[in-house]
Design a binder for this molecule. Structure first.
Ligand code: FEO
Length: 396
């Protein structure tokens, strides 16, 4: 089903309510997602992006109901990742000579994915395409989040087609930001930024400042995932500037894994100490073995400090903590404090290992951490409470 956005622009994408995992299983999509594609009808007809490959036939069939495919003059591929380019092979079988506008890297990536010598027209920032009353203006956005990423701005309608930027993995039939559940929308937008864009924050700020310097009016931000930002559309741009600026809330998150609950008991006692030392701080306890990994990353993103706990097992830490640390390393969090804790029976080297790994991941480790031998008794739990208080002082 297509949805008219303006007299000239129609949404022709796919809402994927069933999607539970994205990037394979790297990103949990509890609320589904959408692959937004847009058809522009001016004097020329333009298709911006397509949809993920499993929906290629459905996409092309629905597009045929909307328009005679031979009437499409240009295709814009803002980004070559398969969730946006996946229906190109099916489409290009029907209209093989239609020019595909993309960046130089975009052409390389599309060739690398589909091994087809389509009619690529490569564009750079500032290049324009006359389509009648409106013009399309291209803005390269390399590494936001792939080397080929770009935005396309449509004059007259004042629409920024931002592709992945400003998106959310959020299925909605309502299409616009002001008619969906606001708390769900911002939870998903935050998770999306935390898990995908965090490592590129410096580039996010630079690119947004560049786009703002053009002084282009923006009436709509048409993303490629989730809602179209229509009500106060630039709110998400300003939110991105906040998120990109070493974002943190007054939150301390304690993430632990546990075998026989000793490390969990430590975590709870440390939380008690934190609360006693600073009743105003938001404290969250998360067992990394049972919580969603992307939600944990989002909690780290929101935190000013984290505590990471694991028992010592076979001379190392539990695998859920190891996996999370590997994700955190890639995301390059900045301006966050941390420390480690954990129970042990012998050896007990994990707290030192975790402290070193946290440093390697870019966290500022504030102390040597805290260990408890076997199952903590009342006295040792009091020590953990005291450690929580000390952690608050060290993170002020
Ligand atoms: Fe939505 Fe980078 O693909």
């Amino acid at each position: 089903m297509s949805k008219k956005i303006t007299d000239k622009v129609t949404w022709v994408g796919k809402v994927d309510w069933e999607l539970k995992g994205f990037h394979g299983h790297e990103y949990s999509t509890d609320k589904g997602s959408s692959y937004n594609s847009y058809l522009i009808r001016d004097k020329k007809t333009v298709l911006i992006d397509t949809v993920w490959q499993p929906y290629d036939k459905e996409f092309v069939a629905r597009l045929k109901q909307e328009i005679n495919l031979d009437e499409i003059d240009y295709i814009i591929a803002n980004h070559g990742e398969i969730d946006h380019s996946g229906a190109l092979p099916e489409l290009m079988r029907e209209i093989p000579n239609t020019p595909i506008y993309c960046t130089k890297n975009g052409a390389k990536i599309l060739k690398g994915h589909y091994h087809q010598d389509w009619n690529f027209v490569t564009v750079k920032t500032g290049d324009t395409l006359d389509i009648g009353e409106s013009k399309l203006v291209f803005v390269e956005a390399p590494m936001l989040h792939w080397p080929d990423s770009m935005f396309t701005y449509m004059t007259g309608e004042n629409i920024l087609f931002s592709n992945d930027a400003f998106g959310q993995h959020y299925a909605t039939e309502s299409l616009y930001n002001d008619v969906v559940d606001q708390s769900e929308l911002f939870v998903e937008a935050t998770k999306y930024y935390a898990n995908i864009l965090t490592p590129f924050s410096a580039l996010v700020i630079k690119k947004i400042e560049e786009v703002l310097s053009f002084n282009l009016p923006v009436d709509l931000i048409c993303t490629s995932h989730g809602v179209i930002w229509k009500d106060n559309p630039t709110q998400i741009i300003h939110q991105y500037l906040k998120w990109a600026d070493n974002y943190q809330e007054n939150q301390i998150t304690i993430i632990y894994d546990t075998m026989w609950n000793s490390t969990r008991k430590m975590a709870e006692a440390i939380a008690k100490g934190i609360m006693e030392a600073d009743p105003n701080v938001t404290i969250k306890l998360c067992n990394s073995a049972i919580e969603d990994k992307n939600d944990l990353i989002t909690e780290i993103f929101k935190s000013k400090a984290i505590l990471l706990g694991s028992p010592t097992v076979n001379g190392g830490y539990l695998y859920s903590i190891g996996g999370l640390l590997e994700m955190a390393k890639g995301l390059k969090f900045k301006n966050k404090k941390a420390a480690a804790f954990g129970s042990y029976g012998w050896g007990g080297e994990v707290v030192k290992q975790l402290s070193e790994k946290l440093t390697e991941c870019g966290f500022s480790v504030v102390n040597e951490g805290h260990r408890s031998l076997w199952v903590p008794d009342e006295q040792e739990l009091d020590n953990c409470v005291e450690y929580g208080k000390q952690f608050v002082e060290a993170t002020r």
